[in-house]
Design a protein around this ligand. Structure first.
Ligand code: GLN
Length: 465
């Protein structure tokens, strides 16, 4: 009830698209009953959670923040959602996002932008001297609603999705722990796809320990997602101590990217020093193909978007235009009205890259470059590096007014430089806040680990926390 009250009190953030109050109260009562009988189901029994609105939820509207899916009530729940429900966790509602998870600001969805709760916190208000209503900062995206829900204390945890950084970016700008697990560790069944070969469900919490607990519940093979596998160890329990002196921490030189703020840079070196002082070996490493990652992502992303979006034709799901002079005309009118500019732009460019005459030159090339990016990481880790320490975003959160000055193509990817390469390689990464900027907003850093070493990664994150 406290969480539901908090949802109401924080309506101005626009974090939730749907609030499932009635169902939540019923689930909470059931959990309460189990507690009274001394038979809770596990660590998440009775814990309220929120879910990004691109995960299917049985009988609950699932929109992807698009007019296209208005009114769509899936007949099933995504595996990760179902696992939380089976554990007794209480679903509070579905959270806002950029349309179909395309974006990095949470400013480009059909339900309007999400406001970062830090815009209303005293450090920012005192520093900016502005009324939050005239100058609020973005949450980052695309899972901005999930981040705002956890950061504004209406939910204890939230699911996001992460294709190029969509969980880590808003978690970073809202001061949360944001985990992108190894690709294949968590089922994508029921997560409406953006880029199938890069999408993973992401976890947002207020502590590393909480993120590990959720990971432990969600991990595992799913017969409904052939890319998942069984991991023999439980990832939910982290060891209490870590021998930092045995740790080798890599600092990728290419991550000194243009646009990196002075404050983020100084946090980055402060944390590197912290590791060093504790006895870890901190070394400069090179990931030479990093600079090609965003361009290469764009080719691969839009190509997958072009084919994934073909299912939204006005016949099977959600919105259907009244223009019915021919099937073609119905498709065109539905898609024109249903999708925003970002989605339509990506479908168009994706189809261009997939044309017979462009396929080799763009799509196949981008796949080859993707391989090189993944090999860069593999080489660094095989040299004995345990984790990489990098910034998560270029700076603290931008004001909405400032962010919207960019064209939508730039704003959907400008902040992905540090997060996106990880998705190319399928590696685990976690972001965590380490300081407040002078503006009174969170600054966060990212740790990247080897595939399947999610537990080790979280152990190092916990130490840093
Ligand atoms: N910003 C990237 C994009 O727009 C990544 C989005 C994501 O991770 N879902 O495609």
């Amino acid at each position: 009830r406290k969480c539901l009250n908090r949802v109401k009190k924080t309506r101005h953030l626009n974090a939730y698209i749907t609030v499932t109050e009635e169902q939540a109260l019923k689930q909470a009562d059931e959990a309460d009953d189990r507690f009274r009988r001394g038979a809770p189901r596990g660590p998440l029994d009775g814990i309220p959670f929120a879910v990004k609105d691109n995960f299917c939820t049985e009988n609950i509207e699932t929109t992807c923040a698009s007019k296209m899916l208005k009114g769509y009530r899936p007949p099933f729940s995504a595996t990760v959602v179902q696992k939380l429900l089976d554990q007794g966790a209480v679903l509070l509602g579905k959270t806002n996002l950029d349309e179909f998870a395309m974006g990095s600001g949470c400013t480009d969805g059909a339900f309007g932008p999400v406001r970062n709760p830090w815009s209303y916190a005293s450090p920012y208000r005192d520093q900016s001297g502005l009324e939050p209503d005239s100058d609020w900062v973005i949450t980052g995206g695309s899972s901005g609603g999930s981040a705002a829900a956890v950061a504004s204390l209406s939910s204890f945890l939230a699911l996001g999705s992460d294709t190029g950084g969509s969980t880590r970016n808003p978690a970073a700008l809202c001061g949360l722990v944001g985990l992108k697990p190894t690709y294949g560790l968590l089922s994508r069944h029921g997560l409406i796809p953006l880029v199938n070969s890069m999408d993973v469900p992401g976890i947002m919490t207020r502590s590393v320990h909480d993120a590990a607990t959720v990971l432990g519940v969600l991990q595992g093979h799913d017969v409904k997602d052939s890319t998942t596998f069984h991991h023999p160890a439980s990832l939910g329990d982290l060891p209490d101590d870590l021998d930092v002196r045995k740790l080798r921490v890599g600092i990728p030189q290419e991550y000194h990217a243009p646009g990196l703020s002075r404050e983020t840079l100084s946090q980055w070196s402060r944390m590197a020093d912290l590791f060093e002082r504790a006895g870890a070996r901190v070394e400069a490493v090179s990931l030479p193909h990093t600079q090609h990652s965003i361009v290469c992502y764009h080719v691969l992303c839009v190509a997958e978007v072009a084919s994934n979006m073909a299912r939204f034709d006005g016949l099977e799901y959600g919105h259907r235009s009244s223009v019915d002079s021919s099937t073609e005309a119905l498709y065109a009118a539905t898609r024109h009205a249903g999708f925003n500019d970002v989605v339509r732009g990506r479908i168009l460019s994706g189809n261009y890259f997939l044309l017979k005459r462009s396929y080799q030159h763009y799509f196949v090339k981008a796949q080859q470059v993707r391989r090189l990016i993944a090999e860069d990481f593999a080489q660094v880790f095989s040299s004995g590096i345990d984790v990489l320490l990098t910034p998560t975003t270029l700076s603290d959160a931008a004001s909405h007014a400032h962010f919207m000055q960019e064209d939508n193509q730039t704003r959907s990817t400008q902040e992905d430089v540090f997060t996106q390469p990880v998705n190319m390689a399928g590696l685990p990464a976690v972001t965590m806040p380490t300081a407040l900027s002078q503006r009174g907003l969170p600054i966060s850093l990212q740790l990247i680990g080897t595939a399947l070493q999610d537990r080790k990664l979280l152990t190092v994150a916990k130490w840093l926390e």
